[in-house]
Design a binder for this molecule. Structure first.
Ligand code: ZN
Length: 245
């Protein structure tokens, strides 16, 4: 089975469309999304529609939870909080109820999906180093787990005996995970990459070959930047997209 995994989308329809087109060429049998469909970007509704249309398995992200008033935004920065308020005002009840239907963790026989970490998923901690990866891997029941949240791709692999291997960071990477008992993949971000590479990110996993791939695709950054400004969202949210931060 070939699985196509979408990272944080954040209402960026231009990036999502480019990623979906690139992924369709890979003929995934199953689509997964790791949460944060909304927040920051100007097209939360069309992004939700597109993801629903793909039949994606989706978990809830912290921005999705904030828009639903399920999460206190006190720890969000001002730009993120402003975008949450904007998104609340622009999503119809049908889309809010879709977000409300999402679980914090999705369990599939082949993999697990969580936005932050498996350790207290409702607190949306980040996997940004081997330390947090070890905490999450210790609770991982399936061989593979897909996460997002940091907007930086990373692959952690653990052997039965406890050795952890971290794939050296590259904006695009292909890793054969055969022989590892547990694999944790941070799939990066579709709509707001933060590894100084502004291209949209997606991941592919083949359950037969056990190969994980992180791929990038260029998209119409200028187009979404203009929409962000026209929508009255903070200009910094447009600016950061061309920097990949
Ligand atoms: Zn996010």
């Amino acid at each position: 089975m070939r699985i196509g995994i979408l990272g944080d989308i954040h209402g960026n329809l231009e990036a999502l469309t480019a990623v979906v087109d690139a992924m369709r060429a890979e003929h995934p049998d199953l689509w997964v999304q790791v949460g944060d469909l909304v927040g920051y970007g100007p097209d939360p509704g069309p992004c939700i529609e597109l993801v629903r249309g793909l039949g994606c398995l989706v978990c809830m992200g912290n921005h999705d939870a904030a828009v639903l008033d399920l999460l206190d935004t006190a720890y969000f920065n001002n730009f993120a909080r402003e975008a949450v308020e904007w998104t609340k005002e622009h999503l119809p009840e049908e889309h809010l109820s879709y977000l409300r239907s999402l679980g914090l963790v999705v369990h599939h026989p082949e993999f697990t999906v969580v936005h932050g970490t498996l350790h207290m998923p409702e607190q949306f901690g980040y996997v940004i180093s081997a330390v947090e990866a070890m905490d999450s891997l210790a609770l991982q029941q399936s061989r593979v787990c897909f996460v997002g949240h940091s907007h930086v791709p990373a692959i952690y692999m653990k052997r039965d005996q406890g050795d952890l291997f971290v794939a050296p960071y590259q904006p695009e990477i292909r890793v054969d995970t055969a022989g590892f008992a547990r694999v944790l993949v941070n799939v990066g971000s579709v709509g707001q990459p933060r590894d100084e590479d502004p291209r949209a990110t997606f991941a592919l996993y083949d359950t037969e070959t056990e190969v994980v791939e992180i791929r990038r695709v260029v998209y119409d950054i200028r187009g979404v930047q203009e929409k962000i400004l026209r929508a009255g969202l903070p200009p910094m949210l447009a600016n950061r997209l061309s920097l990949g931060v």
